[in-house]
Design a protein around this ligand. Structure first.
Ligand code: FCB
Length: 455
């Protein structure tokens, strides 16, 4: 094999509750913040929402059978808070737990390691009435919910991710205003950053206390390597600001118990009073860092939005709605930088993948060669970092199956498995799924060219 992985390397695929489950009003589930947000005209492409999604709530058995067919060793999914604690706090909905009991037991029977996320953005909408993540209480509600999950599932599940991408919730939701709750307010964003981190720290501590066995717990951050467009001091400074805003704003409090100087200084974030006292909780030791990575950021100075003087010149924003950039070197750069700057013993790539406009051909095949090329090259880049000593322990493709891609609705297909939304949600393994099956079986791959058009 040209590219080999260590024997214990963990391969998997990822999904998230709101993106795949559907069953939005079944068995006691309440509305999530995304049910509300997606119903507001203009928020989501084509007016799509997650009411039905990939109907995993009904097709979970079939989906686990497909994972088994792929030889998937691990599956990352997320629990739906509104299914389990519909009011956000207090009463537990037994039927919600039952659904995940069935799923988890089916996974274990198929010899697939469940690797769940506690919170992947879909908190009960009712919590937004009291300020959502801008309210300090939210951190405690979240921790209670996390502890409930480990009390119930830790006999069968050892690996846990507390929160997926706090950047998206805090900054995209409260500063850029492009995700729920749709605010453009630095103070609200500051509070959300801090309370998400506090919730994470409280959860880690609580989850361990009540666990039925020692747990492996981490948080998942979306991180990217940030490059300056030129060597000019202005552009380099802009890149440093972007790095603080995207990466270090979460890494520094988690690993060094402080916010980056650029965040509290030049960028003007104002954290809730007494925030320093929470750092000992926020810095509660974890067992691994989860990283979601898709692309890099190339940045230049632009005073228009001062003090946010970093403009992303490449990839352009349109890359989210069209094709995502393929820049595998970015993952290597990110991983080696993290090893240099942070005390990390274990890293999981909890998401990586790309959206491809694919469809079922007349012969029934889905030829997503561009995705295979992307995955191969990113895996090779990760492998290079691994060989140089970066402790990468596993890798999850985003996504196991096509699903509701947030503000892009169903227009973006990230899956290894094609979901035919119009035809009874039929599932079809794409070419990339068969390719991945071989990677898993061989614990590596030989290089090949799958896709030749420029990305
Ligand atoms: C990440 C999200 C995930 C998915 C991918 C494409 O930011 O965590 O849910 O939408 O992007």
């Amino acid at each position: 094999m040209d590219v080999n992985f260590p024997d214990e390397f963990l391969w998997g695929a990822a999904t998230a509750s709101y993106q795949i489950e559907g069953g939005y009003n079944e068995e006691g589930r309440s509305f999530s913040t995304w049910d509300v947000y997606s119903r507001v005209p203009g928020n989501v492409y084509h007016g799509d929402n997650g009411d039905v999604a990939a109907d995993h709530f009904h097709k979970w058995k079939e989906d686990v059978a497909m994972m088994k067919e792929l030889g998937l060793p691990a599956y990352r999914f997320s629990f739906s808070w509104p299914r389990i604690i519909p009011a956000g706090k207090g009463n537990v909905n037994q039927k919600g737990l039952d659904f995940y009991d069935r799923l988890v037991d089916e996974l274990l029977n198929a010899n697939i390691k469940p690797f769940p996320t506690v919170y992947h953005w879909d908190h009960p909408a009712i919590l937004d009435n009291t300020g959502g993540w801008t309210n300090r209480d939210m951190a405690y509600y979240f921790a209670d919910y996390a502890v409930l999950l480990t009390e119930h599932f830790s006999d069968r599940i050892t690996n846990w991710i507390t929160i997926n991408e706090p950047f998206v919730v805090a900054l995209m939701g409260h500063h850029l205003g492009v995700f729920p709750p749709g605010l453009k307010d630095v103070k609200a964003a500051s509070a959300a950053i801090h309370h998400l981190l506090l919730g994470h720290g409280l959860a880690v501590k609580g989850m361990r206390t009540n666990a039925k066995q020692p747990l492996q717990i981490g948080i998942t951050l979306n991180l990217s390597s940030v490059e300056s467009a030129t060597n000019s001091p202005e552009d380099q400074h802009a890149a440093a600001l972007r790095d603080a805003y995207l990466n270090r704003v979460f890494l520094d409090p988690l690993y060094y118990q402080k916010y980056p100087a650029e965040i509290t200084g030049e960028l003007g974030f104002v954290f809730p009073e007494g925030f320093e006292q929470d750092f000992s909780v926020i810095g509660e030791p974890t067992d691994f860092l989860g990283i979601n990575n898709y692309m890099r950021d190339v940045v230049k100075f632009n005073p228009a939005d001062a003090p946010f003087t970093f403009e992303i010149v490449y990839p352009k924003e349109s890359s989210y709605s069209t094709m995502w950039e393929m820049y595998p070197q970015g993952l290597y750069d990110l991983l080696t930088r993290l090893k240099k700057d942070y005390p990390l013993n274990a890293i999981y790539i909890t998401e990586n993948g790309t959206a491809v406009t694919d469809g079922i051909d007349a012969d029934g095949r889905v030829r997503d060669s561009r995705r295979i090329q992307y995955l191969q090259d990113y895996m090779a880049s990760m492998n290079r970092a691994l060989m140089e000593g970066v402790p990468v322990k596993g890798y999850f493709v985003w996504s196991l199956m096509d699903n509701f891609e947030w503000s892009q609705g169903y227009s973006r297909r990230f899956g290894l498995i094609f979901v035919d939304y119009e035809n009874e949600q039929r599932r079809v393994l794409k070419d990339s799924a068969f390719w991945y099956k071989n990677v898993i079986r061989n614990n590596g791959f030989n290089f090949k060219t799958y896709y030749t058009e420029p990305f």
